[in-house]
Design a protein around this ligand. Structure first.
Ligand code: NAG
Ligand code: NAG
Ligand code: NAG
Ligand code: NAG
Ligand code: NAG
Length: 372
């Protein structure tokens, strides 16, 4: 009896130590008030052992920006949702509605008939808790929160804003390991995709389940989901001239890409990520890692034609070549010429082999060249 008791006690201590200290480190909570901080803000630029999805700014002032982005595209490529939790003013990120509140949540819906709808929720403050690599947040009195696991395996976003006509839950179950712009999710990585643009990609691809009611109508679908996080101490609109970002799933491949032309000199930066069956095949910011070219239809000698999508040629770490074509199917957000977000289909081939036709993508472009 006594020996069993001690054994049981030891085992309990070891198990609880593993759970609280090693496997699931203790959380750290940061409260972001809705009024901006008046002072200098520091932005993290090099990754640590944990904190991939935690706040990366020391505070939020009127020139900084930070946001946590979630999206899902339905398997039939007819519907999408994006939910972004901001801690920024329009002076830091010029694409949100100008409000005096730093803590706001933007939600964009694309319905199967092609109609779009957007809402913005204002919070009194954001309480953000970081545990291990993951983070959770409550945007107080906005009816908006997300909950993440310490190992980034699953997240849930919950919206309870009946006065704005939106109530629902969005679950993400990760299918692809996290990463930074130039490599794996480990300490010592550069976290900048371009100067003043921090980026961590907690969930490059996930099984997504979207279950919402919007203005009294059901908005429900399953599909490919995604979550990342951006930040900078200086205004986003001063950091870039042009940005193209996209992500998709082709068969078993999860793909994330971006190219940035940074301000003021137009210097180019790029990042590519491909994973399959839970393993990273490449995660690189090398110039030679991939190429991206727009595709046009109805192109003639005198006209550029209509933008139809993009072609990517990716060189995997193994030396294999993955060719991907993304075709625009629907416009999810249209703020052309400055910003457009699309959803589309994806087809591709590995080393020119069998064509894989089963794919979805979501991609966007910021073109600030007219503003600078
Ligand atoms: C906010 O922080 C940035 C970066 O440290 C600094 O350049 C800027 O002047 C700060 N803004 C205010 C209002 O203090
Ligand atoms: C499109 O779908 C939405 C959501 O179901 C609906 O509210 C809207 O009336 C539809 N629009 C048209 C033009 O059918
Ligand atoms: C999504 O998948 C879940 C689990 O497989 C299922 O219970 C649910 O009905 C699906 N939802 C839709 C809209 O297909
Ligand atoms: C995709 O993954 C599944 C499950 O791991 C596997 O059975 C299947 O062979 C894979 N297909 C391809 C084309 O790699
Ligand atoms: C391409 O041209 C054809 C024939 O003029 C036209 O019907 C079609 O709508 C055009 N497609 C696009 C995407 O502009």
């Amino acid at each position: 009896m006594k020996r069993l008791g001690i054994y049981w006690l030891l085992q309990t201590l070891v198990v609880s130590a593993l759970h609280t200290n090693i496997l699931e480190p203790r959380g750290h909570t940061q409260t972001v008030p809705s009024k901006p901080f008046s002072g200098n803000v520091n932005a993290n630029t090099i990754s640590k052992h944990g904190n991939l999805d935690g706040p990366q700014l020391s505070a939020v002032n009127d020139s900084s920006y930070e946001w946590w982005y979630f999206d899902a595209v339905s398997t039939d490529r007819l519907s999408s949702i994006t939910i972004v939790f901001y801690t920024a003013l329009a002076s830091g990120f010029g694409f949100i509605d100008p409000t005096p509140d730093v803590t706001v949540v933007g939600i964009d819906f694309l319905f199967p008939n092609g109609t779009t709808n957007s809402i913005m929720l204002k919070a009194d403050e954001a309480v953000i808790t970081t545990v291990g690599q993951g983070a959770s947040a409550v945007f107080e009195n906005a009816g908006a929160k997300w909950t993440g696991t310490f190992d980034l395996s699953s997240y849930a976003v919950e919206i309870d804003a009946p006065e704005s006509g939106v109530v629902g839950t969005f679950h993400l179950k990760s299918l692809a390991p996290a990463h930074y712009a130039c490599g794996k999710a480990q300490a010592g990585q550069r976290m900048m995709v371009a100067p003043n643009v921090g980026w961590s990609n907690a969930i490059p691809d996930a099984a997504g389940e979207v279950d919402f009611e919007v203005n009294g109508e059901k908005f429900q679908f399953n599909g490919s989901a995604y979550h990342d996080h951006n930040w900078g101490a200086h205004p986003f609109q001063d950091a870039i001239i042009f940005e193209h970002w996209g992500r998709g799933r082709l068969g078993n491949y999860s793909i994330v890409w971006s190219t940035v032309s940074s301000a003021p000199d137009g210097r180019g930066y790029r990042t590519i990520y491909v994973a399959t069956n839970g393993h990273i095949l490449t995660a690189s910011c090398s110039d030679k890692s991939f190429s991206l070219a727009p595709l046009y239809t109805n192109r003639t000698a005198s006209s550029k034609g209509t933008l139809a999508g993009y072609a990517l040629e990716v060189k995997l770490d193994s030396g294999d070549a993955l060719s991907i074509q993304v075709h625009i199917q629907q416009v999810a957000v249209d703020a052309a010429p400055v910003y457009v977000r699309w959803i589309g289909s994806v087809i591709g081939q590995l080393n020119g082999g069998e064509v894989i036709r089963d794919g979805v993508a979501l991609f966007e472009e910021f073109d600030l060249s007219g503003l600078q």
